[in-house]
Ligand binder design. Structure first.
Ligand code: ADE
Length: 246
């Protein structure tokens, strides 16, 4: 997969893209990620990328020319033009299903907005999709792009082991929260690991984990249970829990 990020703050991405699984995926060749500074496409003497809004009002608006020239330049560097995704709180809400859908694309181009937004004509003419990572306002879309990249890259074939990716597929389809996890020691400051996990009875452990996951989902995220019920055909602990409640 090829990912490009267009931003006014490339330095915000330098560290995070070189850490953990995203870094490994780049080294392993599962993804190529390039970050582009929109300011490099500003022709004006002072490299301005924003201007006052027509009609007045507070704040500044990102200008058409540098942004569009950046998008077009980046698009033509590969055979595939790619899907252009603009990060904004006004976009469609990002979720695991979206991450999975993105992971199946050949190329993604993320455009990070700033200031009071970008000139509407860019959105109309050059953006394929607008995406929000949640109902809150960040100072710009760069960290939002990073979050989406992280969620997508870990789903690419070969990035995680087979076992993990199989699990993720069912999570993606079912939106089930995970149950509790434990590692050594068996007792920590008086808190014991649940007995069942020490028995070695794989079937019983698996059933317990499913039940715990369903319970946690039901306690914390009832909305996910509803979502899973609507998916319907997928056999999962979540659906089992949902069906139990009917
Ligand atoms: N830019 C600012 N806030 C954002 C959000 N919540 N999601 C995506 N992009 C953003």
């Amino acid at each position: 997969m090829k990912i490009d990020v267009l931003t006014l703050f490339p330095e915000m991405l330098a560290g995070p893209l070189q850490a953990s699984i995203v870094s490994r995926a780049q080294r392993g060749g599962q993804v190529r990620i390039d970050v582009h500074d929109i300011r490099d496409y500003a022709r004006a003497k002072h490299r301005t990328v924003d201007d006052r809004p027509f009609g007045g009002g507070p704040g500044m608006v990102m200008k058409c020319e540098p942004l569009v020239e950046c998008i077009e330049s980046v698009q033509t560097r590969e055979a595939v033009r790619g899907r252009v995704v603009y990060l904004t709180p006004e976009g469609v809400k990002f979720d695991q299903a979206k991450a999975l859908a993105y992971s199946r694309l050949e190329r993604l181009i993320f455009v990070s907005g700033h200031y009071e937004g970008v000139d509407e004509r860019v959105r109309e003419g050059w953006i394929d999709e607008e995406l929000s990572i949640g109902d809150y306002v960040l100072s710009n879309g760069t960290i939002a792009a990073l979050i989406v990249i992280d969620a997508v890259v870990r789903l690419l074939p070969g990035v995680l082991g087979n076992e993990a990716s199989a699990q993720m597929d069912s999570f993606g389809a079912d939106a089930l929260l995970e149950g509790p996890q434990y590692t050594r020691p068996e007792e920590f400051r008086g808190r014991k690991v649940p007995e069942i996990l020490l028995t070695g009875h794989h079937a019983a452990i698996s059933a317990w984990r499913k039940e715990q996951a369903a319970r946690r989902t039901s306690e914390r995220r009832k909305d996910l249970l509803e979502k899973s019920k609507n998916i319907g055909s997928v056999k999962s602990p979540l659906n089992a829990a949902a069906n139990d409640q009917q």
